[in-house]
Design a protein. Structure first.
Length: 289
């Protein structure tokens, strides 16, 4: 698993965007997770795929909706053909001015998670049709850009958030949760960059911990707490995904690919590849040769 940060610039005066996005095998980056500094609400228009967030896996199909806050690493794998999505993103400031205590209540669905909370709002959920209708109305306003469209968009976004509050709000959660998670992700940014540059080499927990000025034990527990995955598993997944890319290219033999990706033991490479991908490296290579 590779973790990247998205940097989509949003207009300072109206920090909001909505667009249709098509995921294909070429641009879906299986095994790559990302996080971003804005909130996201996505509706599936066509296709099927698995979304991964907070240690959970959700199978998403037509009419399903999924939401992410601005610190949740998430990723997806296509199932079958392309997926067509309607993706809506906005910054916290779009909803809540810092000086307004009242407006910050709209962010509760992204910050305070009750025991019944799910990132996925399935087509079977009672509030799903209303949320989808709201997203479609927002997209219509965004495309038409008629007089007052920004007010109509914000009104519809607030309506969607209010529906989420009624369904998922949990007053027992702390308002500091989002801030703490965001700070944690920022603190690990240098570690992710270091891993990305060295994961095919001999990389140790001690080396990465030192890059962010943490002790090995503290970094290990901190990394797992923030990403819901261990450091060693994170590195292994990055190596496996890189190996899969090379196997699909077909230029190198399996042994050379294992060494290229940081696996010094070919038996271990086969075992881990089968565990994570569900087939052997040779099966992958023969399929694409």
């Amino acid at each position: 698993m590779r973790l990247e940060r998205d940097n989509i610039p949003l207009d300072k005066e109206f920090p909001f965007q909505i667009a249709e996005v098509r995921l294909t095998p070429e641009n879906s980056k299986p095994g790559t997770w990302h996080w971003h500094s804005y909130f996201e609400i996505t509706c599936v228009l066509e296709g099927k795929g698995n979304y991964f967030v907070n240690g959970q896996e959700y199978t998403m199909e037509k009419d399903d909706v999924i939401i992410f806050n601005n610190v949740e690493p998430h990723g997806w794998n296509l199932i079958g053909d392309d997926m067509k999505l309607l993706v809506m993103i906005f910054s916290p400031e779009f909803v809540a001015e810092k000086i307004s205590v009242f407006d910050t209540r709209y962010l509760k669905p992204f910050v305070e998670r009750g025991s019944n909370f799910k990132n996925r709002i399935g087509r079977e959920d009672e509030i799903n049709p209303e949320i989808r209708a709201g997203i479609q109305e927002i997209y219509k306003e965004w495309q038409g850009r008629k007089e007052g469209y920004q007010l109509m968009i914000k009104a519809n976004v607030l309506r969607i958030l209010t529906m989420l509050i009624r369904t998922y709000q949990d007053e027992s959660k702390s308002d500091e949760m989002l801030k703490e998670k965001k700070n944690a992700m920022k603190r690990l940014e240098q570690a992710f960059a270091y891993i990305d540059a060295h994961y095919c080499e001999r990389i140790t927990l001690e080396d990465v911990a030192a890059s962010v000025y943490m002790s090995s034990n503290y970094f290990s527990s901190y990394f797992r707490k923030v990403t819901n995955i261990s450091f060693s598993d994170y590195v292994t997944r990055m190596r496996i995904n890189h190996a899969r890319e090379l196997l699909r290219e077909g230029r190198l033999n399996v042994t050379d690919i294992a060494m290229e990706c940081g696996f010094n033991n070919i038996s271990n490479f086969y075992r881990l590849y089968k565990k994570h991908v569900g087939k052997t490296p040779k099966d992958e290579k023969s399929k694409n040769s």
